[in-house]
Design a binder for this molecule. Structure first.
Ligand SMILES: [Fe+2]
Length: 511
C-alpha cells in the first residue's frame, strides 16, 4: 500500500490544496505596516550561506496580538559590513505574504566571500534587532567551526545551551531535527500553552512559542543556521505518509494534510531558500553546500521518503526495540530512491577535505540485548539496515575520504566508527549530539550494551547540551558542551569531553 504510486500522488495532491492556501488568489496591494506594536517578536535569523550571500529571515507577529491585515506587508531590509550600519552594502523591500504566515525570506547575493555581515529589517516605524551572518569561502578555507543542535522540547527545559552557543565563535549552526515537539508533557518545566497542533494555525502557533525564547533568538541572530527535520517537527515516529500509529488513529488521507501543514509552518519559520518552499504536500529539503575545498555538507531528509518502520502493527507503527524479518528486507529505504541516487552522485563529486553528512538519526548500529537476544530500535537506521548498507557501499566506492557523519534524535552523545561489517574496515566517523533540552535516554541501560558494540568509542546521556566541531585542513576537534541544570535558564554550561579527528581517516581519539 505504501508503494502504490497512484495513492501517493492522490494524497500529495490533496495535501497540496491545503499547502498552497490563498497563493492562487487575487493579488492584494501591498501595505506598509501601520501597527504601533513591535512586529519582530520572533527575532531574526540567517541561513543557507553561499560564497556570495545567504538568506535572512523574519516573520511578522505583533506583540499586542493584533491580527495583521490579510495582504502583503512591506518589510525593508539592509545588510552592512558593520553593526552600526554605516556601510550598507545591500538593501531592498520584501513582501511578507499572508499565505506564508507573513514570513520573509530574502536571498541576499553579490557579497564578497568569507566575511561577516550585519543585517536587520524594518516595517513601518518599527525596526528589528540586528543579526550576524557570514559568506563562505570560494576556494581554500583554513578553518570551519560548526555547532550541532537537536531535540529541544520546550516543556522539558530552558535553552542555556543556546545562550552559550551564541557566545561561541562559529561559522555555522547545524540543527539536526526536532526543532519543536508536537506533544505536551504532563509535568512541564514550562508549558507550550496550547493543544497539540494538527493544522497550519496550530503549527504556526507552536513555532512561535519556540521562536519567542530569548536564548534561541540570540543563537539565531548571532550565527547562520542550516538544518534538517526529524519526526517531532510533524509528529512522533511518522514515516513518509504513514502516520505514527497506523490506520486506527489517523487515516493516511488525513495525515497527509497534517504533514503538509507542518512542512509549510517549518518552511515559514526557517531561513530557507525559495527552492525549499513546499509543493503539493511535499518539501524539497535535501541539499549540499560547499565550504571552499575544505568541506562539503550533504544535508539529508530521513523522514519524507522512508518506508514504514518494520514490525509495525495496527496499533504501533513507530519505533520500538524489536527483531523481525521485515527489518532486514533488501529493498527497504530510508532516503528514497531519488535522494539515494543524488547522494551517491554528490559523494563521487566531493573533493573537499571533509565530506560531512548532516542528518537527524544515529547512523551507526547499536545492538541492544534483551534476555540474551538482539533488539534494534526500529525508527532509526537500525530499522533500515539494508539502506544503511547501500549508503556505506556508496561511501566505499565513491573514492571520497572518510566522511564525518552528524546525527541527533537519541538525546545522548555518541562518538563511533562506521564500519563495513561488524569486524570490518572503518569507513567513516559519526558524532551524535545530545538534546538541547529533551530528556535523555537511561544511561545505565545503554552503557550495559556498550561491550557488544565495540565500534562505539564514547557515549553520554546524562546531560543536555550541544556539540562544537572545529575542522582544519589536517585535523578536527569535537567538543561536547553540557548544561548543568536544564531547569535553569541561567545554568552554567561546561565542556564535558573532547575528541581529536584526523582528516581523511575514520575514527576518534580522546583529546
Ligand atoms: Fe527528539
Amino acid at each position: 500500500m505504501t508503494h502504490d504510486p497512484r495513492r501517493r500522488r492522490f494524497l500529495l495532491a490533496a495535501a497540496g490544496l491545503c499547502g498552497l492556501g490563498l497563493s492562487g488568489g487575487v493579488a492584494a496591494r501591498p501595505q506598509r505596516y501601520a501597527g504601533r506594536a513591535d512586529p519582530f517578536t520572533l527575532g531574526v535569523a540567517s541561513g543557507e550561506p553561499a560564497a556570495d550571500g545567504f538568506v535572512i529571515w523574519t516573520r511578522l507577529l505583533p506583540e499586542d496580538g493584533a491580527p495583521l491585515p490579510p495582504v502583503p506587508i512591506e518589510v525593508d531590509w539592509e545588510v552592512a559590513g558593520d553593526d552600526h550600519f554605516r556601510r550598507v552594502l545591500r538593501r531592498g523591500t520584501a513582501h511578507a505574504l499572508p499565505e506564508w504566515g507573513h514570513s520573509v525570506h530574502v536571498e541576499v547575493s553579490g557579497l564578497p566571500p568569507g566575511r561577516s555581515y550585519a543585517y536587520r529589517f524594518s516595517a513601518g516605524a518599527m525596526r528589528s534587532r540586528s543579526g550576524w551572518s557570514r559568506t563562505l569561502p570560494v576556494t581554500g578555507g583554513e578553518r570551519l567551526r560548526l555547532a550541532l543542535a537537536s531535540c529541544q522540547h520546550y516543556e522539558d527545559g530552558y535553552y542555556a545551551a543556546y545562550r552559550h552557543m551564541a557566545g561561541q565563535d562559529l561559522d555555522l549552526v547545524l540543527h539536526l531535527g526536532d526543532y519543536l515537539y508536537e506533544s505536551n508533557l504532563k509535568a512541564p518545566v514550562r508549558a507550550h500553552g496550547h493543544p497539540e497542533p494538527v493544522d497550519l494555525d496550530g503549527y504556526r502557533r507552536r513555532h512561535a512559542v519556540y521562536k519567542r525564547d530569548p536564548d534561541l533568538q540570540r543563537a539565531h541572530a548571532r550565527h547562520p543556521w542550516m538544518g534538517v527535520w526529524d519526526d517531532h517537527d510533524v509528529t512522533n515516529d511518522y514515516a513518509g505518509l504513514w502516520p505514527p500509529t497506523a490506520f486506527g488513529a489517523t487515516p493516511p488521507e488525513r495525515f497527509a494534510l497534517r504533514r503538509a501543514a507542518a512542512y509549510q509552518a517549518w518552511y515559514e519559520h526557517m531561513p530557507l531558500r525559495r527552492g525549499a518552499r513546499p509543493v503539493a504536500g511535499g518539501m524539497p529539503l535535501f541539499r549540499s553546500c560547499r565550504v571552499g575545498d575544505l568541506a562539503t555538507l550533504h544535508l539529508l531528509d530521513t523522514r519524507q521518503y522512508r518506508d514504514r518502520q518494520p514490525c509495525a502493527t495496527e496499533t504501533w507503527g513507530g519505533g520500538r526495540n524489536a527483531a523481525c524479518r521485515e527489518r532486514t528486507r533488501a529493498g527497504r529505504t530510508m532516503l528514497g530512491a531519488v535522494q539515494e541516487r543524488w547522494l551517491a552522485g554528490r559523494l563521487r563529486e566531493d573533493s573537499g577535505v571533509w565530506p560531512l553528512l548532516v542528518q537527524s538519526l544515529m547512523l551507526a548500529p547499536f545492538e541492544r540485548r534483551q534476555d540474551g537476544e538482539a533488539r534494534w530500535w526500529t525508527d532509526g537506521w537500525d530499522g533500515y539496515p539494508a539502506a544503511r548498507g547501500r549508503l556505506l557501499a556508496d561511501i566505499a566506492t565513491s573514492g571520497v575520504g572518510a566522511p564525518l557523519v552528524f546525527g541527533g534524535d537519541i538525546h545522548s552523545w555518541w562518538a563511533s566508527e562506521l564500519r563495513d561489517g561488524p569486524e570490518g574496515r572503518a569507513l567513516a566517523t559519526e558524532i551524535v549530539t545530545t538534546s538541547i533540552s529533551s530528556r535523555g535516554v537511561p544511561y545505565a541501560a545503554f552503557a550495559a550494551d556498550l561491550p557488544h558494540n565495540p565500534h562505539v568509542h564514547a557515549f553520554e546521556s546524562r546531560q543536555r547540551g550541544y556539540t562544537c566541531c572545529t575542522l582544519t585542513r589536517r585535523e578536527g576537534r569535537v567538543e561536547w558542551f553540557g548544561v548543568a541544570d536544564v531547569r535553569d535558564p541561567a545554568s552554567p554550561v561546561v565542556r564535558v569531553r573532547s575528541f581529536a579527528l584526523e582528516a581523511g581517516r575514520a575514527g576518534v581519539t580522546d583529546a
